[in-house]
Design a protein around this ligand. Structure first.
Ligand code: TRP
Length: 463
């Protein structure tokens, strides 16, 4: 299968079909990028890392590192047009390096496994909150009641197992049917609807009287409070939220038509994803301060602040239900992106049908999900290194596997691939190309490795 074609003007076709348009591709990548990372994770990570300075570092990481990594992934994907493992092997050989670059793809497939194993559990929470909201459980509830409802729910291994199972089932169902039909349509409706609802919530947060405190927390930077662990967390969050560093965007890029501008598409996705994360922060922090909650409370933050806010609104039952439905959709479209590399791999190499591959991969990930399910109840006290099993899984994937995968991807695109190949994919060697190449060659790999070394204490402090 891995016969390398020679010459620079390679025209391959993907086994899995192509996106119907440039818009479809942008929507699919946006759908994978916009997810729990923006609305669930970003606010609580920002909260745990002190707010402002963290947000600033996160934005710098998104623009200076995230953007060039995303462009590199898409261009590699489109040139190889296979699953990430095969694409890396093929291009590695074709560019005169080594087939062993396939391991970058393999690490990515594994990272997707690990991430989805916990992502699906949280997806189950959002699903459960659709029903809780629809039943009006939060009407007029006090902060302590909403907190209790959350801890009672996550304290039940059975409830988490059930919702995790349903969420994983939904994911497998869509992946098995193929991406184009269901997915494109869902995303086309979901992203704009989510944006509108977030804007409406922003209006509510502004009227809560604590918008100033929220703004202040998000944007006034106190760099003294920022340690290298927080910088690494900001870097990891940039990778996580943009879905980069694990070959997911590479897999999607494989289905991208030849003439689409990779730079333009990347910019659109990065803008949409960052906009939604910032909006989520602007909605959530005023509510945190209005209700005397703690911004560093962790994974329960959205599941406590938003039900509280909705519970005090007229029509809150309705809006809360819609909100959690949209969040479930956002999580769902991201979950599809997380399994796509593994599924494409199984289809191409194990010669399985898409449906069989989806069930196989989904089943394995479902099993692994129990590590996260139990982290909130039976094994809540089993802590090591960064905390519970869930905390460690999250740290290992977001803060280690994705950034390191990102380094290997940019190094491959900007050092191993020849100038002609990358310039061809990026539409010529103009000014934007030069900026990309500088960031991908020098800034991104050096910055990532530096933050990494600092966070694990390899480079000592000067003072
Ligand atoms: N970006 C997703 C979110 O913010 C999570 C994610 C990380 C992801 N890596 C991915 C989604 C790869 C799809 C593919 O929620």
């Amino acid at each position: 299968m891995l016969t390398p074609e020679s010459g620079t003007d390679v025209k391959r076709t993907s086994l899995h079909g192509n996106w119907s348009s440039r818009m479809a591709f942008i929507l699919a990548v946006t759908g994978s990028a916009v997810g729990l990372g923006n609305i669930w994770k970003f606010p609580y990570i920002a909260g745990q890392n002190g707010g402002g300075a963290f947000v600033l570092v996160y934005l710098l990481c998104v623009i200076l590192i995230g953007m060039p990594v995303m462009m590199s992934e898409i261009l590699i994907g489109r040139r190889g047009r296979r699953n990430p493992v095969a694409t890396m092997a093929l291009l590695g050989e074709e560019e005169g390096a080594s087939k062993n670059w396939k391991w970058v793809g393999a690490i990515g497939v594994l990272a997707g496994f690990f991430i989805l194993s916990y992502y699906s559990v949280i997806g189950g929470w959002t699903l459960t909150y659709v029903f809780k909201s629809a039943m009006g459980s939060f009407n007029g509830a006090s902060p302590s009641e909403v907190e209790l409802a959350f801890s009672t729910f996550t304290g039940s291994a059975w409830k988490l197992t059930l919702s995790h199972t349903i969420f994983m089932g939904l994911t497998v169902f869509v992946v098995a049917r193929g991406v184009e039909r269901g997915l494109e349509k869902a995303v086309r409706f979901m992203v704009p609807a989510l944006l509108l609802l977030m804007l409406a919530l922003l209006g509510y947060a502004i009227s809560s009287g604590h918008f100033g405190a929220g703004l202040d927390f998000m944007f006034s930077a106190d760099f003294g409070a920022l340690d290298w662990d927080s910088v690494l967390a900001a870097l990891g969050q940039a990778f996580f939220t943009l879905s980069i560093g694990m070959g997911a965007v590479m897999a999607y890029g494989a289905y991208l038509p030849e003439e689409t501008s990779i730079t333009g598409a990347s910019a659109a996705v990065v803008a949409a994803d960052t906009g939604i994360a910032i909006l989520a922060g602007l909605v959530i922090f005023p509510l945190v301060f209005a209700n005397n909650l703690n911004p560093a409370d962790g994974p329960g933050l959205v599941f406590i602040t938003l039900p509280l806010a909705f519970g005090q609104m007229t029509g809150g039952t309705f809006f809360a239900t819609i909100f959690f439905v949209l969040l479930t959709f956002a999580a769902w479209t991201s979950a599809l992106g997380l399994v796509e590399p593994a599924v494409a791999f199984c289809v191409e190499h194990l010669k399985r049908s898409r449906a069989q591959a989806a069930v196989l991969v989904g089943g394995l990930i479902w099993l692994m999900g129990f590590a996260t399910v139990f982290s909130f109840n039976l094994l809540a006290d089993f802590k090591f290194y960064k905390g519970t099993l869930f905390d460690n899984l999250d740290h290992l994937t977001s803060n280690v596997m994705l950034p390191l995968g990102g380094v290997l991807i940019v190094v491959f695109a900007a050092w191993v691939m020849c100038r002609n190949s990358t310039a061809e994919e990026l539409g010529g060697a103009g000014r934007l190309y030069k900026i990309w190449r500088f960031l991908a060659r020098y800034l991104a790999p050096v910055a990532i490795l530096f933050v990494f070394a600092k966070a694990i204490g390899v480079i000592p402090e000067l003072s």
